[in-house]
Each structure stands twice: as C-alpha cells, then as structure tokens.
Write a protein that binds this ligand. Sequence first.
Ligand code: ACM
Length: 272
Amino acid sequence: MNPNGNMKVGFFQFSPVPGRKEENVERITSSLRGALADLLVLPELFSTGYLFENKEELKRSAEIIPDGPTFLKLADLAAEEKFNLVYGIAEREGDEVFNSSVLVTPAGDFWVYRKLHLFNREKLWFSPGNKELEVIDIGKAKVGMMVCFDWIFPEVARILALKGAQIICHPANLILTYCQHAMITRCVENRVFAITANRTGTEERKETKVAFTGRSQVVTPQGDVLIQADGVEDTLRITDIDPNLALDKNFTSRNHLFDDRRTEFYRKGNLC
Ligand code: ACM
C-alpha cells in the first residue's frame, strides 16, 4: 500500500466459465460487493470467455451497450458500491462485434473503447476498433482504456498519456508472457499508472487450446509493481495510489518525456 495515496484502485482476476454469461456476471456482482475502491478493472471478455466457434456464436453472446443486460447489471453495481468499473465485453453494433472495454461511473455515465489491435484468431470473429482513443475525467484522475494486445503497440499508451491519462485501465486475456514486463516500460516511458486485469485458467475449442497467464498488476509511473496476483489465483486486489504522480513528466531536470520528443524526425518517410 502507498500510505500517501488518495485513490483506491485495483483489479479482479478470475477464470470465466466460457459461454455462461449470467454465471460470470453473478460471480462479479458477488465478488465485488462491498469492495472499497474508486476504480476497479476486470479482464477482457470477462462475461463470455475468449474462444468462439465462429462469428455467429460470438454474435449470439455479444451485447448492445448500454441496453444489454451485462451493462445494466454492472452499472447498478457501480452505482450501489460507488466505484468506477472497467470491464472487457463483446459489444454488438448492427452486424459487427467489437472486442470492447467499458467504463461505467457510479452516476451511470459510460464510455466504450473498441480494441484497435486484434490478436491472432480474434481477427476471425471481431471487427477492429473504429473509434478514437479517449481520456475520461472520473474526478480523482483522468483515465484511458486499452485492451490486451494493444500493449505491443506503444503508440496506444503514448497517445493516451499525451491526451492526459494518468491511469491506463487494461482489461486483458494474456496468453504470452511478455506483457506484464512490457507494461512496466509503458508506465515508465509515459509516466502513467497502469492497471492490467488479466484472467486465469484455460480454454479449449476444437483444435485451439489457450492458457491464460494471470499475474494481474498495478504499476506506478516509476515502474514499481505495487500489487501483483500470481498466475492462477482468483483474487480481488486493491491498492492506494496518488494519481497526481502521473502529472510530472520530467524524467531528469533536463528531460521532459513529451517536450523532448523530436516529432519532426519521426514523421519523415510517413512512418507515423
Ligand atoms: C489478447 O490480446 N487477448 C492476447
């Protein structure tokens, strides 16, 4: 715990039962009941599980936001328990399904981020995100959202930080082992906090079997891992942070992380 912190943030790591939406949502509402927090993050696709047989199966379990039952239940939970909640969900719009992250506040205001960088088989089922990266002021801090594999594109965290995010909320279903380490770098290079909420367990569909790596974590702008779960446990973890630490972008007295960028050189050759 950080004794100087004025904001309580954390994650719930668990193993959803594939295809059992109601059961998974019920698991969340009972596990988070009574949690004293300002901001909690759940894994990517927490209500459906990760693997799908085909797009039709995904479509059947995807929901419209804000009318879908999962949004309504979690908005009630956020209101009753007075925390901001971020979670990953299969979001349906017309004929398309996005791998989305929702932020819902205790007042019922909400924002949706649609995963920009789909991983591997997700490309068979989901449409890639089609919305700008946004930063949302939740009172105690400004927060941004990214989803799982977005971590390997440093542009995502950088853009959220440039837009003013102090905390990056990161629902995940991580399969590879790199991300938890990489997020330390994302935090240091942008001087932001990050909450990675990963899942545990395994899923198997036909020829595909995946094992999720857990180790959900909260990382500071200095790259310290304040809390981290292990690879298998179901756990709710909450820590105190001072989000204002993310406002100082001076790396040394002569180095400012944003002002020192040489963007005129980065743009040569239209590389970005
Ligand atoms: C991932 O993006 N779910 C690996």
